[in-house]
Design a protein around this ligand. Structure first.
Ligand code: XIL
Length: 348
């Protein structure tokens, strides 16, 4: 009988998984129930899925996932209220389907549409969703001002970020609100994000923390870089969540594996162990920080660590173009515990 991951980590953070609705029954759901106490929808709660057109409000799959979380005593992360991809693009278009020009009138129109949508969604899931990725991937470290050149940004500047957080908070003041992004360990991206969240907070925008997607691989980035980023936000008083963890077995120039060689799975096992040891250590730092500082948090610095899947039979990293199988999780495609699982056991 295996140790339950959620039980092993219960003093530190919740252990979550991203799911499609077909993961909520059958053998894989037994794995989900045993090891995970937090759920996020891999696709079905994205704006483009809920509201592909102005009149659509597709919440039947979201409700199935929310109901499952509730029935199994799991937290619910809501991903996401705004993203440049898989978006509700009608909000940014005119009646003929053309992208709106950046005028004051269009900015006001976009503000109303965004606030109405977020108010409707968050009201629907009030008391049900615990955490929201309010905005996803708004940073682009390759640009001079650090902001992604999306239509949201073109039409509203950075105001859409503030509107999104304010509308979410107004609809459910108890929900915890996050800004979510990838490569948050990159020093430049981390610092752009840090300046953004601290200035939002200074303006009174209700933001609780940072979601670190953490799509990494067996060799990079370094655990130190991941740690430094979490520490920087935590010391300034922000909560941290690892929101989309997967540890790919591929580095930039490797060939495709299936099955994955034992040596690579062993390397992955050590990587899981080192990462989770560091996440536990960071979480503890919040509990033991000087209580007179912003770094102090009796709940720790990290509240939730969510994998972007459950087991290796399903991952967004699987590539159909060249038939590339990936194996980024703690459980293999037959739902057996991997060395990665044992790395997580040894880390705590
Ligand atoms: C991915 C899903 O896993 C895929 O099924 C979908 O085709 C594209 O989106 N960052 C995010 C997630 O914030 O929403 C993405 O999810 C993965 C990258």
């Amino acid at each position: 009988e295996l140790y339950s991951l959620k039980d092993l980590y219960s003093d530190y953070f919740e252990i979550g998984a991203a799911v499609e609705p077909d993961r909520l029954s059958g053998t894989v759901s037994e794995l989900l129930n045993k090891h995970f106490n937090s759920l996020v929808a891999e696709n079905s709660m994205k704006p483009g899925s809920i509201s592909p057109t102005e009149s659509a409000f597709n919440i039947s799959t979201p409700n199935t996932i929310a109901q499952y979380a509730d029935n199994h005593d799991m937290k619910l992360r809501f991903h996401t209220l705004l993203w440049h991809a898989q978006g509700a693009d009608w909000m940014l278009k005119d009646a003929s389907g053309n992208w709106l020009e950046a005028t004051e009138a269009n900015k006001a129109l976009v503000e109303t549409r965004l606030k109405d949508y977020i108010t409707r969604v968050v009201t629907q899931y009030k008391g049900v969703a615990d955490y929201y990725d309010v905005v996803n991937e708004v940073i682009d470290e390759g640009r001079p001002d650090g902001m992604r050149d999306s239509y949201w940004y073109r039409i509203t500047g950075t105001d859409f970020i503030k509107w999104a957080f304010e509308a979410a908070h107004a609809a459910d003041p108890s929900a915890k609100l996050y800004i979510n992004d990838y490569n948050t360990h990159s020093p430049r991206k981390r610092d752009i994000l840090f300046n953004l969240v601290t200035s939002l907070r200074d303006e009174g925008v209700p933001i609780d923390g940072v979601g670190h997607q953490t799509h990494i691989n067996i060799s990079g980035p370094s655990i130190e870089q991941i740690s430094e980023s979490i520490q920087k936000f935590a010391e300034a008083g922000f909560d941290n969540q690892v929101t989309e963890l997967d540890i790919s077995v591929y580095t930039s120039n490797s060939t495709n594996y299936d099955p994955v060689p034992e040596a690579i799975l062993l390397q992955q096992g050590y990587r899981f162990k080192e990462l989770f040891k560091e996440l536990v250590r960071l979480d503890e730092m919040g509990k033991h920080a000087d209580p007179s500082t912003a770094a102090y948090n009796p709940e720790g610095w990290i509240s939730n660590v969510t994998f972007w899947g459950i087991a290796d039979d399903h991952s967004w990293l699987h590539r159909s173009e060249d038939n590339r199988f990936d194996a980024p999780f703690a459980f293999d495609k037959k739902y057996q515990a991997k060395l990665a699982y044992w790395g997580m056991v040894e880390a705590v």
